[in-house]
Design a protein around this ligand. Structure first.
Ligand SMILES: Nc1ncnc2c1ncn2[C@@H]1O[C@H](COP(=O)(O)OP(=O)(O)OP(=O)(O)O)[C@@H](O)[C@H]1O
Ligand SMILES: [Mg+2]
Length: 329
């Protein structure tokens, strides 16, 4: 079958393991499928090199939903007066804008994008293939080894060295592929204008609020939350003290609320998710060494004072400094 000849009625065939030729590539098995796209293994026929190709889902495919049980999905959010709302977007435009910033980037920890294809009713990104497994699988298996987190920090450090202004914007365990000697950060977020429903152009932040609770592109905060999660098995922004019967430490909780409301974030909706952080710290105190807890809090721009209160502090200057702090563990 030649995918270039597929019409929209047949586009579901692309989302299968059936062998096919697409733009000079032989397609292999489906590696993953999300809300807006799916990824297939491929071989670049001319060079015989392995690739992964990410295709934007057609609307019909996107509407059919996907099974991502246990995963934190990226969501397109737009700011409205005083709050945030979820929007529908064009998966093709999103894919193109998502990878545009990364064209020409070649460094450790990043899978090179070879080309963007926008033809014959398909938008696709052709990239290097990784043999790694998502960090999410390690967490689900109960592995609390810090090594993959350190490798993810090193991956961000090399991205920062390549371009000081580039942000990934959607680092989470699903988007970190762990290989024996390195990690790759895949599937970046997007912050900017996108055509949304009713053909309206909106300012959208395409990210995962459980890892970017401030809805910014602050990759260091996400790594701080991942560090917590790998050690304790739980993401603190998704942790509800009510579920476990643990009472929050009121003093710290009040301080955190003030910190969030007055000093750093103003009247933002999402930081409410972080109100459970102090309870979380208490609950997992025996599992989470204090110095590691303080490293992950510093990633969020928060520190614990001698009086056991929380206050704002500077984050690490960059991923290189965070890498250095983690090298002691
Ligand atoms: N370059 C690659 N090499 C190997 N596997 C990959 C590669 N890119 C993606 N994958 C696999 O496909 C899965 C989905 O890819 P990706 O994270 O890019 O999209 P997604 O999260 O499903 O997309 P979206 O949520 O935007 O629709 C990954 O978890 C990974 O297992
Ligand atoms: Mg992903």
């Amino acid at each position: 079958m030649n995918i270039n000849q597929i019409n929209s009625h047949e586009s579901n065939a692309l989302l299968s393991n059936e062998k096919a030729i697409f733009a000079g590539h032989e397609l292999g098995k489906v590696l993953g499928t999300g809300s807006y796209s799916f990824v297939r293994e491929a071989v670049h026929i001319a060079s015989n090199q392995s690739r992964a190709i990410k295709f934007a889902k057609a609307k019909a495919q996107a509407d059919s939903g996907c099974a991502q049980t246990g995963c934190f999905l990226s969501r397109p959010l737009t700011q409205m007066t005083g709050s945030y709302g979820e929007v529908s977007l064009s998966s093709r435009e999103f894919l193109a804008k998502q990878y545009e910033r990364f064209m020409g980037i070649a460094c450790d920890g990043w899978l090179k994008i070879h080309e963007m294809i926008d033809a014959e009713g398909q938008t696709a990104a052709v990239m290097n293939l990784s043999t790694g497994r998502p960090l999410r699988q390690f967490i689900q298996e109960g592995k609390t080894d810090l090594d993959p987190v350190k490798k993810a920090v090193s991956a961000l450090a090399s991205l920062e060295k390549t371009s000081s202004s580039i942000k990934h914007g959607d680092i989470k365990p699903e988007n970190i592929l762990v290989e024996a000697n390195q990690c790759f950060l895949i599937d970046p977020g997007y912050s900017g204008q996108l055509i949304c429903e009713h053909n309206q152009e909106l300012s959208v932040c395409m990210t995962t609020p459980d890892y970017y609770p401030f809805l910014d592109q602050n990759d260091q905060s996400a790594l701080g939350l991942i560090l917590f999660e790998v050690i304790t098995g739980r993401n603190p922004t998704a942790f509800s003290p009510a579920q476990t019967g643990t009472e929050p430490t009121l003093k710290i909780s009040t301080a955190l609320r003030q910190t969030i409301e007055t000093q750093r974030l103003g009247n933002n909706y999402f930081p409410a998710r972080l109100y459970s952080l102090p309870a979380y710290l208490d609950y997992f105190r025996d599992k989470l060494p204090e110095n590691l807890a303080s490293i992950s809090l510093k990633c969020l721009g928060i520190k614990i004072t001698d009086q056991k209160e929380l206050e704002c502090c500077e984050q690490f200057a960059g991923a290189v400094e965070l890498e250095r702090a983690l090298s002691r563990f």
